[in-house]
Design a protein around this ligand. Structure first.
Ligand SMILES: Nc1ncnc2c1ncn2[C@@H]1O[C@H](COP(=O)(O)OP(=O)(O)OP(=O)(O)O)[C@@H](O)[C@H]1O
Ligand SMILES: [Mg+2]
Length: 228
């Protein structure tokens, strides 16, 4: 599903990724843990095409997003990125849009779906997430866990094959992390989604993961710390 080979990234003199290799299998949940500043978010941003690596390759479903440090053409990049969803730590919901509008915006603008079809799909997603009764509410009217689920719903609306989470539980009460863990497991099992999660929360990590990898000082340790 995803293959990262020899990925390197420097910010000035700061070597942030020092030859990272990673492979993800379809339907598998992989968690990356490790100390602050180790390069985890940078790796996730490279996989999502938001940060350009200096060297190395990223291959998604057999297609190169980067080959030996060179980005694919814009046209190919847009195609490849349709397969990848990213859920940010801070949710980044549109505050002036209702829950339903937050979820239908990208499918309408990026995929060109009609309002009716986008809303029909959004309603299915909201039922899956247990949020249908909040469809007309605004983000400021939701709890942290509900906002997190809307952010997940927004990524799901694009029907990605790979979904990435950066610190999905850091803004949540401890009681809500189990809820997010169950939801992510449901994505992998019921929607055969491949999931990549970065977290500091080991309880959450071991609960949700098929395997846990550690990353420190720009090096991803490919030996599993934990395997289900
Ligand atoms: N846009 C940027 N410009 C310059 N340096 C950056 C940039 N983004 C990240 N860095 C640096 O890269 C290093 C790795 O940052 P990154 O955000 O990938 O770490 P992280 O493992 O996600 O840490 P945390 O667990 O605290 O989120 C840090 O030293 C950071 O200062
Ligand atoms: Mg980070």
């Amino acid at each position: 599903m995803l293959k990262v080979e020899g990925l390197e990234k420097n910010f000035g003199k700061n070597k942030v990724l020092k030859g990272v290799n990673l492979q993800l299998k379809e339907g598998e949940i992989t968690v990356i843990v490790g100390p602050s500043g180790g390069g985890k978010t940078t790796l996730l941003r490279c996989i999502n095409g938001l940060t350009d690596p200096d060297k190395g390759s990223i291959i998604i479903n057999g297609k190169y997003l980067y080959k030996d440090g060179v980005a694919s053409s814009k046209k190919d990049e847009i195609e490849i990125r349709k397969d990848i969803g990213l859920v940010f730590q801070s949710f980044n919901l549109f505050p002036h849009m209702s829950v339903l509008e937050n979820i239908t915006e990208a499918p309408r603008v990026v995929l060109g779906l009609s309002k009716e079809i986008a809303e029909k799909k959004a309603v299915e997603i909201l039922s899956f997430l247990g949020l249908l009764d909040k469809k007309d509410n605004y983000p400021c009217e939701l709890s942290g866990g509900q906002k997190q689920r809307v952010a997940i719903g927004r990524a799901l609306a694009m029907e990605p094959k790979l979904i990435c989470f950066d610190e999905p539980t850091s803004a949540l009460d401890p009681g809500l992390t189990g809820e997010v863990a169950n939801l992510i497991k449901k994505l992998a099992v019921e929607k055969s989604m491949t999931v990549l999660i970065i977290t500091h929360d080991m309880t959450f990590g071991t609960n949700v993961a098929d395997r846990i990898l550690s990353m420190d000082k720009g090096i991803l340790n490919e030996e599993h710390m934990y395997m289900k």
